[in-house]
Design a protein around this ligand. Structure first.
Ligand code: F6R
Length: 609
């Protein structure tokens, strides 16, 4: 959450502004910039979005500076206000910093600093850090930051500058931070997306690193010992066009329509179409050698992918399993040992709760398999093996193309485990699933085409509804949850996902003529049961919007609206059924005037607990 960007070099403020625009999806409560100009630090900040900020403040005064840092905030400590916006300054305004993360011992630090006479102007945990740096600053900023972070409990990515010199100091613990290397310029950012226009060459800091950036170079030290450490320069493959809207009104819509391509790339990376084999067979077989149990863990949409994964596991293997939301995992972890594979699914690879679950599993000797979209993420570094989704950068806060790509990777994985001696249930089933996967991008394209016109009509009919119920069974149990999540997060309409069999145990009490139900009724093994649920809702005069397989007259007769999807094999249905639901949520949200790419209170990538 929050975004950090910094630059040393000509046009530093321009780079920072550009980066802030790209990073706004990470948090958009407030924005701020600090720049070194004529030996003085100038700070401009406000509790508004970047676009308004650039209209309100004239940055020309600092446009010739060669050192600048900037921040977009997602509030954790302290309300959304100008005082709480970053950058924060020390007592004399000689040192300023921006911070992502959460400082857990902030109460204790605040008391200590107040007793020592520091003037604190905000309610944030961040401001305390800059005063700690001030206390330790004796002419060497790197040393001051290194000593200061020793007093911090919690997570942080920091960029610090001082009026005395053209240098920037960074520090990282459990919050992402990268250094970009440009032509005569050095950059810092919490996410490579901020800098794709400027460079493809990055140095990824690790937990416990502190770094000094000066025009002539980079020095990285271990924050505890102060000893220099080496970090490799890596080249990222994403292009700047991947992070642009390319004519679409919102990133979310662009990403919904990118799904066939994202799936094509992802599936191609895992299945060799020529001989229908799973490409990472050897690594996966090694990882699963002697394994008895899989523990799935993730948050939000990625958790819904895990739920689908857990059904795949039950249908295709004889393995035992658990499936947890990562935010609950550490309170009562399932049994984990060297015979367990923890499957952690994450678009960003930086979700704090998912990473905490992975660390715990590693402590208990479990093997870790990541499904992740970001090659350079912390999750990938922690995992024993990663199966990548090749969805490209996902900027829209609501996850779409990353989700369907995660489903494809899990299908590919379990299609192979199905053929694996001692684990798999039926080799033939695994092969059929792989074959079906190769056709999935085309099926998703058909689902998109079919959904265009009908989602217009349905959204116009229902965008004023107060609440929605989503029902599904078996594989589409997860689709019901995901459909409801998509709607609530971008339209602010209350929506509940339910296993349809649970309906009679409570939610049916809600059904009445103004309470729409979205039912996923496709030709799969639970089709008849879903039809019965729809009958029950109709008997109580509840309007039903169905996701159905093509040409299903029965469903057509029973329901008010249908969104048709092409027929696919049962495990692949979640990937096609979610498509009209994504589009429907998007259209309802835009009709309600919601800012789809920057939903209220949300931010992409939850890097704090
Ligand atoms: C919802 C959404 C979130 C994320 C969740 C996990 O549309 O995007 O629920 O799925 O925050 O994020 P990652 O996948 O980055 O770990």
């Amino acid at each position: 959450m929050c975004g950090i960007v910094g630059c040393i070099g000509n046009g530093a403020v321009e780079v920072v502004v550009e980066g802030l625009k790209r990073l706004e999806y990470r948090g958009y409560d407030s924005v701020g910039i600090a720049a070194l100009s004529k030996n003085r630090l100038k700070v401009v900040k406000d509790a508004i979005k970047v676009e308004q900020f650039l209209k309100r403040y004239d940055l020309s005064e600092i446009s010739d500076t060669r050192l600048a840092i900037g921040h977009t905030r997602w509030a954790t400590h302290g309300i959304v206000s100008e005082e709480n916006a970053h950058p924060h300054s020390d007592c004399k305004g000689r040192i300023v910093l921006v911070h992502n993360g959460i400082i857990e011992n902030h109460h204790e630090l605040r008391e200590r600093l107040l007793k020592r006479g520091h003037r604190l102007r905000s309610d944030t945990d961040t401001e305390l850090i800059v005063h700690l740096v001030e206390e330790n600053y004796k002419g060497d900023l790197l040393e001051a930051v290194r000593v200061a972070v020793g007093s911090l409990v919690g997570s942080f990515a920091l960029a610090v500058i001082c009026a005395d010199k053209e240098e920037m100091v960074l520090a990282k613990r459990m919050s992402p931070l990268v250094i970009g290397i440009g032509d005569g310029m050095i950059f810092a950012a919490s996410d490579v997306v901020a800098l794709l226009e400027r460079t493809k060459r990055f140095l990824f800091l690790e937990d416990g690193d502190c770094a000094r950036l000066i025009p002539k170079g980079i020095q990285v030290v271990d924050s505890e010992s102060g000893r220099e450490v080496e970090r490799r320069v890596e080249t990222v493959v994403w292009n700047v066009e991947d992070a642009e809207k390319e004519g679409y009104p919102h990133f979310m819509l662009k990403e919904i329509y990118e799904q066939p391509r994202a799936l094509q790339q992802t599936i191609g990376a895992h299945i060799d179409g020529a001989n229908l084999s799973f490409r990472q067979a050897n690594e996966v077989e090694q990882l699963f050698e002697g394994v008895r149990k899989v523990s799935f863990v993730a948050c939000g949409t990625a958790y819904h992918a895990c739920v689908v994964g857990s059904y795949l596991l039950r249908d295709f293997t004889r393995l035992d399993y658990s499936c947890d939301v990562a935010s609950e995992f550490r309170y009562a972890p399932p049994p984990l040992d060297e015979k367990t594979v923890l499957i952690a699914v994450s678009q960003s690879g930086e979700t704090a709760d998912t990473l905490a679950a992975v660390r715990l599993a590693k402590e208990r000797s479990a093997r870790v398999l990541a499904v992740c979209n970001v090659r350079t993420s912390t999750l990938v570094r922690l995992a024993d093996l990663t199966l990548f989704t090749l969805a490209g950068p996902e900027i829209g806060v609501a996850s779409t193309k990353a989700y369907t790509s995660q489903l494809a990777v899990l299908c590919a994985l379990f299609s192979h485990l199905a053929t694996f001696a001692g684990i798999g249930l039926d080799k033939r089933d695994g092969e059929l699933l792989r074959k079906g996967l190769l056709g999935l991008p085309m099926r998703v394209r058909q689902a998109l085409e079919a959904a265009e016109e009908v989602t217009d009509r349905i959204s116009k009919e229902f965008f004023r509804s107060q609440t929605f119920l989503y029902l599904g069974r078996k594989y589409n149990f997860a689709t019901a949850y995901e459909g409801a999540l998509k709607l609530k997060e971008i339209s602010y309409i209350h929506a509940e996902g339910y296993g349809a069999g649970e309906m009679k145990h409570g939610p049916i009490a809600l059904v009445q003529p103004d309470y729409p139900t979205v039912a996923i009724v496709v030709r799969d093994s639970v089709y008849e049961k879903m039809l019965s649920n729809v009958e029950e809702i109709k008997a109580r005069k509840g309007p039903v919007i169905a996701v159905s397989s093509v040409n299903d007259e029965k469903v057509k007769r029973l329901t008010n609206f249908i969104m048709e999807v092409p027929e696919v094999s049962e495990p692949l249905y979640p990937a096609v059924c979610v498509v009209p639901l994504q589009l429907l949520s998007y259209k309802i949200a835009t009709l309600r005037g919601c800012d789809v790419d920057k939903p209220r209170n949300l931010a992409k990538s939850v890097t704090v607990e």
